[in-house]
Every structure is written in structure tokens, then in C-alpha cells.
Design a protein around this ligand. Structure first.
Ligand SMILES: Cc1cc2nc3c(=O)[nH]c(=O)nc-3n(C[C@H](O)[C@H](O)[C@H](O)COP(=O)(O)OP(=O)(O)OC[C@H]3O[C@@H](n4cnc5c(N)ncnc54)[C@H](O)[C@@H]3O)c2cc1C
Ligand SMILES: NC(=O)c1ccc[n+]([C@@H]2O[C@H](COP(=O)([O-])OP(=O)(O)OC[C@H]3O[C@@H](n4cnc5c(N)ncnc54)[C@H](O)[C@@H]3O)[C@@H](O)[C@H]2O)c1
Length: 465
């Protein structure tokens, strides 16, 4: 996406080689939130961004993908959909702009940062010192070497937004959130789409029942979903798959995961260690092996999600500037795949650990799903022995929104009966979660112990009256 960034002349002049309270490397969600948080605490903050502030989420991730999906679900044509994508990015861009960072008291510099020591950075030839630093350099798509790939158009989530015409036949490699979202969007925009997933099912992080519904929906849309399959090579415009199948293709979209952004960052010079997967190694407070350096966002190995990057960016900056010891949130971390229907989940799920129970409401029992004709889905709560909410999966329209109350409940140790006790508007999709909580409450009430107490109270009342 080529929308230019409005850098001020100040952003293009290297900052004075002084010592900053906090230097933030990377101007994506994690870096922006870290820098603004630190500036709010009165720190002298320098943010260094080598490409464009806003990072992956704004330019190549959440914003364009959700814009494309919205248009695809409406049945727009490709050109109109892409025009909407670009408008949405331009509309949101000012919130992440250098101007907005400056308005928050952050000094912004457009250039590349590289650590030269435990308290110093090289900024394209200028050395600056720091008391503390936050690494927020994000991640980038992995493109595995595959024979003949250079004979077709190879797309990633970085480049797909530059397309001006729709590829007629698209092979998507990888059935994770990117492959499913973009695969469904491109199919609904008219492309012939095949998704090949090496694992036994798509969306491997999600509940198997959720993955089954998304597989069925994609197939109903006309997407070829091939699991336990990978791309072997490309010859003469045909993709040769591991199951022996040949699929004609115009373009291949690589969606097989991401690589943390640590190359050329000079982390060794700073004494910042990385994990075996190449992420910056952080402790539970997001501090690296250099006590003056913190890390947040995709580069840290925590789930690669914008809300995680933002919340952790704030935690890292707060710990760095104020010397607090706040632990990074890792338990109540929601994730949503924005296919139609959406898959929203957090916490415990899948095969349940001993002591946990689940309550599932099929959306055939949710009146709003019936009225809207969107019954492919379910709401599932996972509860501990005391009935506290420790996980959930919702599959359905706007499932991400249905998750909000469950997240609040989990964060505050509330029980299913607390959700059951709060009146919900009728008819909404949120009825699925409410009904799951009510069902659990009714089962508790039906237990022998509770029935004995109820019988005793009844007999007592009869005697008194
Ligand atoms: C297609 C797609 C859809 C997505 N959809 C969602 C979604 O719906 N919801 C969700 O929660 N998440 C989504 N994500 C994930 C989300 O975009 C990322 O988790 C989030 O943007 C990560 O933010 P970050 O700040 O860690 O990194 P980034 O946004 O990648 O920012 C890192 C920045 O650091 C800069 N940088 C790197 N090295 C240097 C250096 N040496 N010097 C200076 N600057 C440097 C880069 O230029 C970049 O701007 C999606 C991702 C993709 C690809
Ligand atoms: N809605 C959202 O929140 C959203 C949307 C898109 C991306 N994201 C973030 O971006 C991250 C990256 O997404 P992603 O989908 O690229 O990666 P991913 O790691 O989540 O999924 C990659 C998929 O590709 C499969 N795979 C790996 N190698 C393969 C091969 N050679 N052939 C076929 N299949 C192969 C994996 O089994 C996996 O299912 C996500 O983990 C997520 O955190 C979030």
C-alpha cells in the first residue's frame, strides 16, 4: 500500500546524540502505545521507525484485511473492495501518524535503529544513548523456498494490498487466520481459491468444532480446502501438491506464519538474548536479558495480535519508566478469526483438563441466529470446579463482540451464574453465551445437594404457613 506518510522535516534530521529516557525501536502498535504511555509519564521519548508508523496492523494487517472481508461479504467487485480498503487505511492513519505521536510529546525519527552496546543505538550513522529502551520491531511473513515459485505471482500479507487486478486462480498456502480470512475474501470477490494446509485441519489453534464449521463454510463458498497437504513445486502455471494433485494457479499467497523482526538489530551487542524461535526473550514483565531493555508485540513471541501488542506496549513502558513490576497479561487473551462466521475464543478449550467442564449452546437454539438464518455456530463456556469462566469459544456473526462479557467475567473471577443473573436483551447473538451460563446454573440447581436444600426450605415454608 503506497499511501505516503507525512514525515515532518524534524523526523528526517537525526536526533541529537544525547541520552534519552526511553528509546522505542519500531512504530507499530506496540511501539506507538509504549511511546505515548512513556511520554504521558513525562519521560523524554524517542521513537524510531524505519518504514511507516502504524506498522502491520494499519497498513498490511487488521485494517486492510477486515475492510476487504467486509466488502467481500457484501458482494462488492474487486476494484471497489480495494478502493474501500485504501480509504479505510487512510481514515485510520492519522491516529498512528508521526504528527499524533509528536502531539503526545514523542520525538519521532524516520530511520533504522541498531544496538551498538547495552545503552546505545546507531541511527543510520548517529549514535544515541538511552537509559531504557523498548524493542517493538514486529514480524514479517515467512516465504519458504519452493521450486518454481518464481514462475507465478507470489503474494504475502505485505504485498496483496498492492494488487490492482484480482488473480483469477489463487492458491493459498497455510490455513491459519491469514489463509482463512484472505482465502474467503478472495473467493467471495470471485477468485477460484484453493487452500492447502499441512496440518490435519485448518485453524489448528482453535476448537476442532469451530474449525469444522469454518471448513464447511469455506467449502460451501466454493473454496477447495485441502488438509494434510502442502505445495511441492510450481511448473507451467500449475501447483503440484503433496497428494499428487495439480491445481492451475495465477498467484500463490503464502500464509504459513511469521518471522520475528530481529535481523540487523544488533541484539548481541546489547546483550539481548533471543529464543530458539528467534523471538526476543522476555520475562513475565517483558524485560529482556539486558535489564535496561524491554520488548513488546510480535517480536516478543507473545500471540501476534494487535491488542496484545498494545497492552504489552503499555506494560513495558510503564515498567521501564516507573520501575513498576507489572506482569504482562497472558491469561485472558482473546483471539478472533474474522471469517464469516467469526471464531472468537480465549483461554481453556479443546480437550479439557481434569476439573474443568464445558457448556455448549448450538446456535439453532439462539433465536437471533434463527431469525437471521445464521445458525452455523455455537457458544461454549469452559468453567472450573467453582463455575468460574476460564475459557470460551463462540462461532457466529460478530462472535468477537459476544466474547466481551465473558472476558470481563474471566478477568474478575466471575462465575457462569453471574453471567446468568444479568439480564440480556432479546433477541441478540449474545443469547448463546447467556443460555450456556443459564444451562450451567440450572444443572447446578438440579443437583441432589441443592434439591435437598430446596426441599427442606419448601417443607419449612409449608409448616409455617
Ligand atoms: C493479514 C493480517 C491480519 C491481521 N489481523 C489481525 C486482527 O484482525 N486482529 C489482531 O489483533 N491482529 C491481527 N494481525 C496481527 C497484527 O497486525 C500484529 O500482531 C500487530 O500489528 C503487531 O504489532 P507490532 O507493533 O508488534 O509490530 P509491527 O506492527 O510489525 O511494527 C513493527 C515496526 O517496527 C519497524 N521496525 C522494524 N525494525 C526496525 C528497526 N531496526 N528500526 C526502526 N524500525 C524498525 C517496522 O517498520 C514496523 O513498522 C494481523 C496480521 C496480518 C498480517
Ligand atoms: N484475526 C486475527 O486476529 C488475525 C488475522 C490474521 C493474522 N493474525 C496473526 O498473524 C499470525 C500469522 O498468521 P498466519 O496465518 O500466517 O500463521 P499461523 O502460524 O497462524 O498459521 C499458519 C498455518 O500454515 C500452516 N503451514 C505451515 N507451513 C505450511 C506449509 N509449508 N504448507 C501448508 N501449510 C503450512 C500451519 O499448519 C498453520 O495452520 C497469526 O498467528 C495471528 O497471530 C491474526
Amino acid at each position: 500500500m503506497t499511501t505516503p506518510i507525512d514525515w515532518a522535516s524534524d523526523d528526517l534530521t537525526p536526533p541529537p546524540s544525547g541520552r534519552w529516557d526511553l528509546v522505542v525501536v519500531g512504530g507499530g502498535t506496540a511501539g506507538i502505545v509504549a511511546a505515548k504511555t512513556a511520554a504521558r509519564f513525562g519521560a523524554d521519548v524517542l521513537l524510531v521507525e524505519r518504514h511507516r508508523t502504524g506498522g502491520d496492523c494499519l497498513w498490511t494487517g487488521c485494517v486492510p484485511s477486515k475492510s476487504l472481508l467486509a466488502q467481500a461479504h457484501e458482494g462488492a467487485d474487486f476494484a471497489a473492495a480495494m478502493a474501500h480498503v485504501h480509504r479505510a487505511v487512510e481514515t485510520i492513519e492519522p491516529v498512528d501518524s508521526p504528527a499524533d505521536l509528536r502531539a503526545h510529546g514523542v520525538r519521532v525519527w524516520h530511520g533504522t535503529a541498531r544496538f551498538t552496546g547495552p545503552g546505545s543505538l546507531d541511527l543510520d550513522g548517529t549514535t544515541v544513548g538511552f537509559v531504557r529502551a523498548v524493542v517493538a520491531t514486529g514480524s514479517s511473513p515467512v516465504v519458504p523456498p519452493i521450486d518454481g515459485l518464481d514462475s507465478v505471482t507470489v503474494l504475502t500479507s505485505d504485498t496483496v494490498w498492492d494488487l490492482t487486478t484480482r488473480p483469477d486462480r489463487l492458491l493459498v498456502v497455510g490455513g491459519g487466520p491469514i489463509g482463512c480470512e484472505l482465502g474467503q475474501a478472495m473467493r467471495r470477490l470471485g477468485a477460484d481459491v484453493t487452500i492447502v494446509e499441512a496440518g490435519e485441519r485448518i485453524l489448528p489453534r482453535e476448537d476442532a468444532d469451530a474449525a469444522e464449521i469454518i471448513t464447511a463454510t469455506l467449502r460451501a463458498d466454493g473454496v477447495r480446502v485441502l488438509t494434510s497437504t502442502s505445495l511441492e513445486r510450481v511448473t507451467d502455471g500449475r501447483a503440484l501438491l503433496s497428494d499428487g494433485r495439480e491445481v492451475p494457479v495465477d498467484a500463490v499467497l503464502m500464509a504459513v506464519g511469521r518471522r520475528p523482526g530481529t535481523a540487523g538489530l544488533g541484539l548481541e551487542a546489547a546483550g539481548v538474548a533471543t529464543t530458539e524461535h528467534g523471538h526476543v526473550q522476555v520475562d513475565d514483565r517483558l524485560r529482556t536479558t539486558n535489564r535496561r531493555v524491554w520488548a513488546a508485540g510480535d517480536v516478543s513471541g507473545h500471540p501476534a495480535l494487535t491488542h496484545v501488542a498494545g497492552v504489552h506496549g503499555s506494560t513495558a513502558a510503564t515498567n521501564a519508566v516507573l520501575g513498576l513490576r507489572r506482569a504482562a497479561e497472558t491469561t485472558v487473551v482473546p483471539r478472533v478469526t474474522y471469517t464469516s462466521p467469526e471464531v472468537a475464543a480465549f483461554g481453556e478449550g479443546g480437550t479439557l483438563r481434569p476439573g474443568l467442564r464445558s457448556r455448549t449452546i448450538d446456535h439453532h437454539e439462539v433465536d437471533r441466529a434463527v431469525t437471521d438464518g445464521t445458525t452455523a455456530g455455537f457458544s461454549r463456556l469452559v468453567l472450573d470446579r467453582r463455575g468460574r469462566v476460564v475459557g470460551a469459544t463462540v462461532v457466529g456473526p460478530r462472535a468477537g463482540e459476544s466474547l466481551a462479557e465473558v472476558l470481563l467475567a474471566a478477568r474478575h473471577g466471575l462465575r457462569a451464574r453471574d453471567i446468568a443473573a444479568s439480564m440480556h436483551p432479546y433477541p441478540t447473538h449474545g443469547d448463546g453465551v447467556w443460555k450456556a451460563a443459564l444451562e450451567d446454573l440450572q444443572d447446578q440447581l438440579a443437583s441432589a445437594r441443592v434439591q435437598r436444600v430446596i426441599g427442606w426450605v419448601r417443607r419449612l415454608r409449608r409448616r409455617w404457613s
